[in-house]
Design a protein around this ligand. Structure first.
Ligand code: NAD
Length: 320
């Protein structure tokens, strides 16, 4: 098997390669070539950790495997990041393990790639203002990936903890875009594309905040109980997601679904827009992409990084 250490990922994987891998696997999911296995997520009763598996099989790319990992809230005391994960790939012809890949940076890249894919396919053509809600670890990756696909002229941002906004200012400066911290009503009124990436358990962006043609990538809600958007905003938007079942159970649309306001048929898998099977934005004023994070995204970027690592002599061969 090949081992690609976490420390090598930054030198191997680019946002461009992550974007291509994630766009391709969303299309494969829509055409039935790829499917995700049921997610396992457990509070293990030790170190307050949440641990689980996200896996799947993509017949078109021949990626089979899983991401194992989760959230260890006490890791910061040990100088480790709280989210820890490793991707394991298996040979679909034999079942033998083929690779173990550090999953921490890949998770940020594949999550940012998902919202960028949604921006490419769903944002209004005239979008020039990017609004960021959230200023944690993921937010910088999100902004960089969005800037690659959109023609943004400025970035505005808000975060529940204002002291963290410096991350958004620094990232915008790195990209070469002006940044301004604003309150949510201004963010909703001025931004043409909004990315929300927080750990919120109550709605932050309200229906009354959002004005005009807008695309929202709701990326923070990946667990039961989390929520970033006002259900009334969800109710008046055209809805897209990575995987419908996951969106309605643990994603942003879980709340509208539980309230009986939306059902499966109201949500479109973004893969159908990528393959040309669905018109996408059409005449909708507001589109929302609920990025819940699926195992196939992890396998797609891990498969790509193993190829790059082998080509560049950075993969370590281990007999098992
Ligand atoms: P982080 O801990 O670095 O940052 C947390 C962010 O949420 C900050 O903006 C913080 O101000 C805000 N926040 C914290 N507590 C809050 C609360 N109670 N109410 C509202 N906001 C709060 O986390 P991160 O790594 O940037 O991840 C952000 C979110 O994205 C998390 O919820 C994480 O689970 C989720 N995530 C989703 C995917 C996916 O595929 N959809 C992938 C990775 C992370």
């Amino acid at each position: 098997m090949w081992v690609v250490p976490e420390a090598e990922i930054a030198g191997l994987m680019t946002p461009e390669a992550a974007f291509d891998a994630v766009e391709a696997v969303f299309a494969a999911m829509a055409s039935g070539e790829a499917y995700n296995f049921p997610v396992v997520r457990e509070a293990i009763g030790h170190e307050d950790a949440l641990y689980g598996f996200k896996g799947g099989f993509d017949k078109s790319a021949l990626n089979l495997g899983l991401k194992a990992g989760g959230y260890w809230p006490n890791n910061q005391k040990r100088d480790l990041i709280n989210h820890q994960s490793t991707v394991f790939l298996f040979d679909p012809d034999t079942g033998r393990v083929s690779a173990a890949v550090g999953g921490n940076l890949l998770t940020a890249l594949r999550t940012a790639a998902a919202s960028a894919v949604s921006i490419k396919h769903l944002a209004p053509e005239e979008a020039r203002v990017l609004g960021m809600i959230g200023a944690g670890h993921q937010s910088a990756f999100q902004m960089r990936a969005a800037a690659r696909v959109g023609q943004f002229e400025r970035v505005i941002g808000w975060n529940p903890h204002p002291e963290m906004l410096i991350r958004l200012a620094d990232t915008a400066a790195e990209i070469g875009l002006p940044f301004e911290a604003v309150e949510l009503p201004r963010l909703g009124a001025e931004a043409d594309v909004i990315i929300s990436i927080t750990s919120a358990f109550e709605p932050l962006l309200m229906d009354g905040h959002v004005k005009g043609r807008t695309h929202i990538a709701a990326m923070g809600t990946d667990t039961r109980g989390k929520q970033e958007l006002d259900p009334a905003l969800v109710a008046r938007a055209r809805l897209f997601t990575d995987e419908i079942a996951q969106s309605l159970s643990i994603g942003e649309f879980q709340h509208a679904s539980a309230a009986g306001n939306i059902s499966n048929s109201d949500v479109t898998a973004i893969g159908r827009v990528i393959t040309g099977d669905h018109e996408g934005r059409g005449d909708a004023e507001i589109t929302i992409f609920d990025g819940t994070g699926v195992g196939l995204q992890d396998l797609a970027v891990a498969g790509a990084v193993v190829e790059l690592a082998r080509q560049q002599g950075k993969a370590v061969k281990v007999e098992i």
